[in-house]
Design a protein around this ligand. Structure first.
Ligand SMILES: C[S@@+](CC[C@H](N)C(=O)[O-])C[C@H]1O[C@@H](n2cnc3c(N)ncnc32)[C@H](O)[C@@H]1O
Length: 249
């Protein structure tokens, strides 16, 4: 499955709450010549319009790519991505900063992609030999717990198989890109609150027995080392993002 080319998002003046004012928005938003103060003045009326329209206020936490944000916006939701990094697509609907500062901002749904560097099972064996790494794992677990405890009625948090399952709780489901039309293997756990598990939309032939396009014969990931490898590997598959928007939106 190939992902659609990035389309420029329709720029609407979206309701923002005070907490999000601290954040740097991307230059495209600044180009609108709309200071956030003015946006906030409009927020009451627009918030009501959003409710009438049935759209949700969606926070996509720890997302630089905009893949999930675009899938929800395309379905009429008021979706915002938030990451320490700028939005890769230059979207005005991106909050650059620490997501913990906006968790209280009246969201209906949060989809969170916290970093897995110190949580994934594949790296945990290093913790025995490197106590400083074990400390980072503990910090990462506190971050995950903070996201799961956010005062948001619907939450999905995704991460690879790792210590969230043993230290916090088991995931509600484990999905694979090949269940959503992508010739790729990457077990992804979902911890859900107020949401039903995702239903696979396009299961590729061969199921879990098949070797996928992103795997070497020994089952390793094909992407060689590079400074951008982590970005390529962490970007959400668009088939999964679209299914989230379709089934949870
Ligand atoms: C595994 S990547 C997720 C990428 C995502 N799937 C996407 O398609 O953009 C984790 C992201 O979390 C971001 N991050 C880490 N700590 C954060 C924080 N406190 N607030 C917001 N973003 C954070 C990192 O900058 C990184 O981009």
């Amino acid at each position: 499955m190939s992902c659609p080319r990035r389309r420029r998002e329709r720029v609407e003046i979206a309701p923002r709450r005070e907490g999000t004012e601290r954040f740097a928005a991307n230059s495209a938003a600044e180009g609108l010549g709309q200071p956030w103060g003015k946006l906030n003045q409009l927020s009451g009326a627009l918030g009501a319009a959003r409710l009438l329209g049935g759209g949700m206020r969606v926070l996509v936490a720890c997302e630089f790519s905009g893949v999930v944000r675009r899938a929800f916006r395309a379905r009429g939701h008021d979706a915002w991505s938030c990451d320490l990094l700028p939005a890769e697509d230059g979207s005005p609907f991106h909050l650059q900063g620490d997501v913990r500062d906006v968790l209280q901002d009246d969201w209906d749904l949060m989809i969170a992609h916290p970093p897995c560097t110190y949580l994934a099972g594949s790296g945990l064996h290093w913790n025995k030999r490197r106590p400083e790494r074990a400390v980072l794992t503990e910090e990462a677990l506190v971050f995950v717990q903070r996201l799961l405890d956010a005062p948001i009625p619907k939450i999905a948090l995704e991460n690879p198989i790792g210590c969230i399952s043993t230290r916090i709780r088991k995931p509600d489901q484990i999905i694979q890109p090949w269940q959503f039309g992508h010739d790729a293997s990457k077990a992804t756990c979902l911890w859900l609150k107020g949401l039903e598990p995702l239903r696979p939309t396009r299961v590729l032939e061969g199921g879990k027995a098949a070797r996928r396009g992103n795997q070497t014969p020994s089952g390793q990931n094909r992407l060689g080392p590079s400074p951008t490898r982590w970005k390529e590997r962490s970007r959400t598959y668009c088939g999964i993002a679209e299914t989230m928007a379709e089934q949870w939106g």
